[in-house]
Design a protein around this ligand. Structure first.
Ligand SMILES: [Zn+2]
Length: 333
């Protein structure tokens, strides 16, 4: 059994990390640049990004490889670099983790391919598996403890990644982004994700939600997961507050105090690994760690309490079947 599985089994909760993208933008990344190129261009900055999370108390942090698959890198003329850039992202992370006094774990981040899979889109299952496998192998060779699939919308893509990961000898975690009225953009709900996972042969050791819209919506999603998958290792990685558009930029104005409340509510709602997504900085993580350590486990908050403490929900939980059908119809004409 890997050390990470032992750690996961022995703790009540683990703190994950915060944002990668929004923190890199703060370090000077320009929109349109490939963040993964910074692994070779500015390795010291990537090391600083990782150390920021570790020093703030994260038990596990994600590599700078979210868009490091061949299909996304192709858009930056880096399509042949997926293995190399993923491997280096994990090597830099391994180095940071190994220098830490505490046990800290490296999660190899794998994001969506950026393409739409068959039958709605053109990306075949076979190609998707190959693309995910190349990246996963790079992350493993670079020293990742666990693979971490995130921000997925399409169940087909989740399945393709799981198959790819079965060829790499590492445990994996998978989260989707429930950004459309409590569902993913492609119409998947937490309970349908749980059903999907129960039908898969290479199951993730943990699953849940990341990103989406605000932290309130994410907590509601975690409560949904708790109902359909009690006792499982649930992952909550919510954005720091609610995204707001200001002068063409997306700003997250969640304070460290707000994220501390979110962290406690996520754990009380059933999450085992709690972190932040967009807008979450080291100061948020430190505040989350303190709050989790200081507050004993309580019953799950009500939706009213979430709304009161964290902020309003961005939407009601309307099923989006109709929206999905519309999309299908549009594509066929
Ligand atoms: Zn995010």
């Amino acid at each position: 059994m890997s050390n990470f599985l032992e750690k996961l089994g022995s703790e009540d909760w683990l703190l994950a990390d915060g944002a990668t993208g929004t923190n890199l933008f703060d370090m000077g990344l320009k929109s349109g640049d490939a963040p993964e190129l910074w692994n070779i261009k500015y390795p010291a900055r990537i090391s600083n990004l990782y150390r920021g999370a570790v020093d703030a108390g994260s038990d596990i942090f994600l590599t700078n490889s979210f868009g490091g698959n061949a299909l996304r890198l192709k858009l930056h003329n880096l399509g042949t670099k997926a293995f190399e850039l993923s491997k280096i992202s994990a090597e830099i992370a391994r180095n940071v983790a190994d220098r830490c006094q505490r046990s800290v774990f490296v999660a190899g981040s794998v994001g969506p391919t950026g393409e739409i899979m068959e039958p709605i889109g053109d990306l075949s299952h076979k190609i998707a598996v190959e693309v995910f496998l190349e990246q996963a192998q790079g992350l493993k060779d670079g020293g990742a403890d666990v693979l971490w699939l995130e921000t997925i919308s399409a169940p087909e893509e989740f399945v393709a990644a799981a198959e790819a990961f079965s060829h790499v000898d590492l445990p994996w975690i998978g989260t989707m982004s429930f950004d459309t009225a409590g569902h993913t953009m492609m119409g998947t709900s937490p309970s349908s994700m749980v059903n999907l996972i129960s039908s898969m042969s290479n199951k993730p050791i943990g699953f849940g939600a990341n990103c989406g819209t605000g932290a309130s919506d994410l907590l509601r999603t975690i409560q949904d997961f708790s109902k359909s998958a009690p006792g499982k290792n649930l992952i909550a990685k919510g954005n720091a507050g609610i995204p707001r558009y200001v002068d063409g930029h997306i700003l997250y104005d969640g304070t460290p105090d707000l994220m501390a409340k979110y962290a406690i509510m996520a754990r009380d709602s059933g999450a085992k690994i709690i972190g932040g997504c967009c807008g979450t900085k080291p100061e948020h993580l430190a505040s989350m760690r303190n709050a989790l350590e200081a507050n004993p486990l309580m019953p799950a908050p009500t939706l009213e309490q979430i709304e009161l403490e964290i902020g309003p929900f961005s939407s009601s939980m309307k099923p989006v079947t109709e929206r999905k059908n519309q999309k299908r119809r549009r594509r066929r004409v």
